[in-house]
Design a protein around this ligand. Structure first.
Ligand SMILES: [Zn+2]
Length: 462
């Protein structure tokens, strides 16, 4: 008789391939078996009484360098149901890419409550692109470049973009490109400022969706020339989603991500909240939101990730000078469930796919992560689909002084979050500890987009 450490009984297991009643047996941190009415002995049996059991969610887009460090952001993520986090490591001009990555890897190993991977964010590709091979030897295979943020000195010009894609393509890594036309946006911002227009009220107009689509197309054209896989984070507009759909028809290895705030908020939040809702790319309109949900359901957008970038902002701050970003990772799963599944826009298997299997496949950590099958890490979330609650800053774990979702009534809640067979969050309380997270080397950019598509019979009801 096989012996399990834990048996999670009575749940409905949801993966990208489908859902159904099944028990999950865990031994030595891995899934031993998944099936209905498993008969095996276990040291501990948990009856989850009809709740959903998802593979642990993956948040592939976290910035651990503002008010939440790698430890705190992993705690925020775990409370939302995430079991794998991927951090952007900013590498400033003059810094050595492998050196900075190695120090974040060390820091994460000590501070993180969750398993984690790293992306390099190249603020100076002219000096850093040639270090990519050394970085990849450390287990980091995805690198972000910025076509935006000219004024912040983070913008990569087309020469360095082409050069970096060339180097990265040859090395077999994945380029992540923040696709917005930085200089065009700077001009529009300056023009509106000179005209005395309200910077919050004109924020979206200074960075319209068509400038996102332009930068995506430009990056994709060069990635095609270089033979480099391309990941487009935070697709925010209907023009952007349309560009992705067209690129995908060419068969190019282009992957696309959408963030919870672009799915669930509009620029009304900027008018209501001011600086705290300043995010790049910006919050847009209801039409964009609707298109993003449809594109996510239909397989044009592949993954949901949070772009967790919490800053100490408040509504009275000078909007023009305010930093970009907001706390997002803790609310990401519930907003995807509430706005997606509960609203009839996403099927449960598609939710498991865009928050688990797809990011795992894109970054090359599947099937260790992103699914529940024999041999996978026993990372799982027991999800109560009937829990109704109200998001409020007081119960969130970020050091940011606000949440953009204050007062929002939502459906669905993680009741148990388990990593490698051990509880991390149980009944809303952190029970895991720092130093339990392991570094995950990636092999990013090697999956064909066809493998990220919704699987049979999973089309949304509307
Ligand atoms: Zn970005």
């Amino acid at each position: 008789v096989r012996r399990a450490d834990r048996l999670i009984k009575g749940g409905t297991v949801v993966t990208a391939s489908g859902l159904g009643p099944a028990d999950v047996a865990v031994a030595e941190g891995r899934v031993l078996a998944v099936g209905e009415g498993l008969s095996l002995r276990a040291k501990e049996v948990l009856d989850v009484g009809g709740a959903y059991v998802f593979p642990g969610f993956i948040d592939a887009h976290i910035h651990p360098v503002y008010v939440d460090d790698m430890g705190v952001s992993s705690i925020c993520a775990a409370h939302g149901g995430v079991t794998t986090v991927m951090h952007f490591v900013p590498v400033e001009p003059g810094e050595s890419l492998p050196h900075v990555l190695a120090s974040f890897r060390e820091n994460g190993t000590q501070a993180s409550v969750l398993d984690f991977a790293l992306h390099g964010a190249l603020f100076d590709p002219a000096s850093q692109a040639q270090e990519i091979a050394d970085a990849m030897a450390l287990g980091v295979t995805s690198f972000k470049l910025f076509l935006s943020y000219a004024k912040l000195n983070r913008m990569t010009d087309d020469y360095q973009l082409m050069r970096t894609l060339d180097i990265l393509g040859k090395a077999g890594g994945l380029a992540m490109v923040h696709a917005e036309n930085g200089l065009a946006m700077e001009y529009l911002e300056a023009k509106f400022r000179d005209e005395g227009r309200d910077p919050a009220g004109t924020f979206e107009a200074t960075r319209p969706g068509i400038l996102e689509a332009e930068a995506m197309n430009r990056a994709a054209a060069m990635a095609q020339v270089a033979g480099c896989s391309l990941y487009l984070p935070h697709v925010s507009s209907h023009e952007g989603a349309t560009a992705v759909r067209r690129l995908r028809r060419t068969g190019q290895r282009v992957y696309a991500e959408v963030c919870p705030h672009h799915l669930t908020l509009t620029q009304q939040a900027v008018l209501d909240l001011g600086a705290p809702a300043k995010i790049g790319p910006p919050l847009r309109d209801d039409e964009d939101r609707a298109v993003l949900w449809r594109a996510l359901a239909a397989g044009v957008l592949d993954a949901v990730a949070s772009d967790h970038a919490p800053k100490a902002k408040s509504p009275g701050d000078d909007f023009s000078e305010a930093a970009y970003g907001a706390p997002q990772t803790e609310t990401m799963p519930v907003l995807t469930y509430d706005g997606g599944v509960a609203a009839g826009r996403l099927t449960l298997p598609r939710m498991a796919q865009v928050l688990g299997e797809n990011p795992a496949r894109i970054f090359g950590i599947y099937p260790q992560k992103g699914t529940l099958q024999a041999g996978s890490d026993a990372d799982l979330v027991v999800w109560d689909p009937a829990a109704r609650w109200t998001i409020t800053h007081a119960t969130q774990h970020s050091n940011a002084p606000y949440t953009l979702y204050e007062g929002r009534r939502v459906l669905g809640q993680p009741v148990l979050v388990m990593q490698r067979g051990e509880p991390v969050v149980q009944g809303g309380e952190l029970v895991g500890g720092t130093g339990r997270g392991r570094f995950l080397p990636t092999k990013a950019g090697n999956v064909e987009p066809a493998e990220l598509q919704p699987k049979g019979g999973t089309w949304p009801r509307k």
